[in-house]
Write a protein that binds this ligand. Structure first.
Ligand code: NAI
Ligand code: MG
Length: 526
């Protein structure tokens, strides 16, 4: 419903610090209300209270943003080297404020945001600022008389829609705009309706850095409204998306049915994490809990399926539980120093976790750790380990039965229907199974329609070589988990996505090759 909202909302952090955040759509370097006056209410998941009301783009606003973006692209305003570097500097200057804003809007630990999200995002924008003048084509010999030539130009796609989720706002923004701007594209960023604030605050930095109007527009909106309008827009050249499999399918379909815009997708997974008997168990336990409990499991590559070799199962479980305990630090106060855990982003997301675990209990699995909501304000769920799951029974093999239970129990059935094998919980829930042989566990690990990440721990070098080559995943972590570098690519096998983000590979997502064939013989070569 249309309502008048103030142009700026003044937020207060728990430590008393204040921060102004603009509430308008960011188009042509200005904050403007939605034409129809549509709005989004963003909630703080810790307090369950309204944080801010911001403008929400509808189709008309998307048309205006696309026209602005097209105009900026036509005038080739996207030569971005100095401004991208400045943008990284400005984000670094304001890192503390952005970490706090992530914590308020998403609920995550402010310390984690400050120590992980922000430094990685700043480094990512800086990394791609360095790429802007290092994208070039080839000269190809095609004529031994030297009278004809072939060369390639690496050109930007043009107007790019970038639709991001709510789990890592500034980081997903950096991963997306970094390569797009370096390639000379113009960008229309649509943040999630659950967390519109960090991207709006970031938009101020874009204007301050001196980007020409229209090179970067930011349009918070509901997915089925603004997101769908972007995906089916006839004047958008490319859409890049991170989020659920179901929405990824819709975006690809919308692209196919409109103008066949190029599509890249990052759709998460159900990533396996394997403990072989030669592993350093204590060390591996920290990687396993970090791999599933960081960001409350709301992580596309969360290691949610744990396989432990039978000979070390009991010993490893002991280490695992001890390590899991650390992840409730700071429940109730995500700004506390030392807080690691936080609430789920929304009530719906928390209820999804509740339903999953209740479903697992019904399917016969036993709860080794956690398994309930946290009794307190905020959408918290306890770090949970579901065990007594053997490969031949219950939760793992009976995912089909579990899915049926989940169909009956809750309203996320569409997402599940879209990807039959592998329930993506997207919460702090780890499912543990025993295995005996390497061959058996590789079979189990690969038995999924997804393939984003996979990890394993072993001190047998030959085994490490065999296993890394056998796992079907875009990223394989050996004796560690979850760590990413801006210079190394990230993306999915199978239904985990299309294309690679980060590294030089991401530049390919925003460029197309023009081949120039030239005859300079003056006609003598005919
Ligand atoms: P979602 O995939 O629906 O939302 C992600 C983004 O897509 C948001 O910006 C949303 O507004 C937009 N969107 C939604 N519908 C759209 C449409 N029809 N056309 C264009 N854009 C659209 O995910 P949601 O509902 O926030 O979370 C549901 C589940 O998705 C989670 O429980 C989790 O399993 C998965 N997910 C995976 C993520 C990942 O990192 N791979 C991130 C967020 C969610
Ligand atoms: Mg919020």
């Amino acid at each position: 419903m249309a309502k008048q909202i103030p142009a700026v909302v003044n937020l207060a952090f728990p430590n008393g610090r204040k921060l102004d955040v603009p509430t308008g759509l960011f188009i042509d370097n200005k904050f403007v209300p939605s034409v129809e006056g549509a709005t989004i209410d963003s909630i703080n998941p810790v307090t369950e209270e309204l944080l801010a009301t911001v403008s929400s783009a509808t189709e008309q606003d998307i048309d205006i943003a696309v026209a602005s973006s097209r105009n900026a692209f036509k005038n080739r305003m996207g030569s971005q080297l100095p401004t991208c570097a400045t943008l990284a500097d400005l984000l670094e200057r304001d890192a503390e404020a952005f970490a706090g804003l992530e914590a308020l809007d998403n609920g995550k630990s402010a310390q984690v945001a400050r120590e992980v999200d922000l430094p990685d995002s700043i480094a990512c924008i800086r990394y791609y600022a360095g790429w802007a003048d290092k994208i070039f084509g080839q000269t190809i010999e095609v004529d031994d008389k030297g009278l004809k030539s072939a060369s390639t130009r690496v050109e930007p796609f043009g107007v790019c829609a970038q639709i991001i989720p709510w789990n890592y706002n500034i980081m997903m923004l950096a991963w997306k705009i970094g390569p797009a701007l370096a390639a000379g594209c113009t960008v229309i960023l649509k943040p999630s309706e659950l967390t519109p604030l960090p991207a709006l605050k970031f938009s101020e930095l874009v204007a301050e850095a001196g980007f020409p109007p229209g090179v970067f527009n930011c349009v918070p909106s509901y997915g089925p409204i603004g997101g769908a309008a972007l995906a089916s827009h006839l004047n958008v050249d490319k859409v890049a998306f991170t989020g659920s499999t179901l929405t990824g399918r819709k975006i690809m379909q919308a692209a196919a049915l409109s103008n066949l815009k190029k599509v890249t997708l990052e759709l998460g997974g159900k990533s396996p994490h394997i403990i072989f008997e030669s592993a350093n168990l204590k060390d591996a336990a920290t990687h396993v809990t970090g791999g599933i409990f960081l960001n409350q499991g709301q992580d596309c590559s969360a290691g949610s399926r744990l396989y432990v070799q039978a000979s070390v199962y009991d010993a490893f479980l002991k280490e695992l539980k001890a390590s899991a305990e650390e992840w409730t630090a700071g429940y109730g106060d995500n700004f506390k120093e030392g807080a690691l855990g936080g609430p789920l982003v929304s009530k719906a997301q928390r209820d999804k976790v509740v339903n999953y675990v209740e479903g697992a209990k019904e399917a016969g699995a036993s709860i080794l750790y956690g398994g309930t909501k946290w009794e307190g304000k905020g959408w918290y769920y306890l770090p949970t380990i579901i065990g007594d799951v053997t490969p031949d029974m219950k939760v793992v093999k009976e995912e089909v039965r579990l899915i049926i239970i989940l169909f009956i129990h809750h309203r996320y059935s569409d997402d599940l229907r879209s990807s039959f094998v592998g329930v993506k919980i997207f919460g702090p829930v780890l499912v543990v199974s025993k295995f005996n042989t390497e061959e058996e566990v590789i079979e189990l690990a690969n038995n999924t329609t997804y393939g984003l990440g996979a990890g394993f721990h072993s001190s047998d070098a030959n085994q490490c070589q065999r296993v890394q080559a056998s796992l079907e995943a875009g990223t394989v972590w050996v004796n560690q988990y979850g760590l990413l570098y801006n210079q190394s690519p990230f993306g999915g096998y199978k239904q985990s996505g299309i294309g690679r983000e980060l590294g030089s590979y991401a530049i390919d997502n925003y460029t197309q090759i023009k081949t120039v064939l030239w005859d300079y013989s003056g006609g003598s070569s005919q």
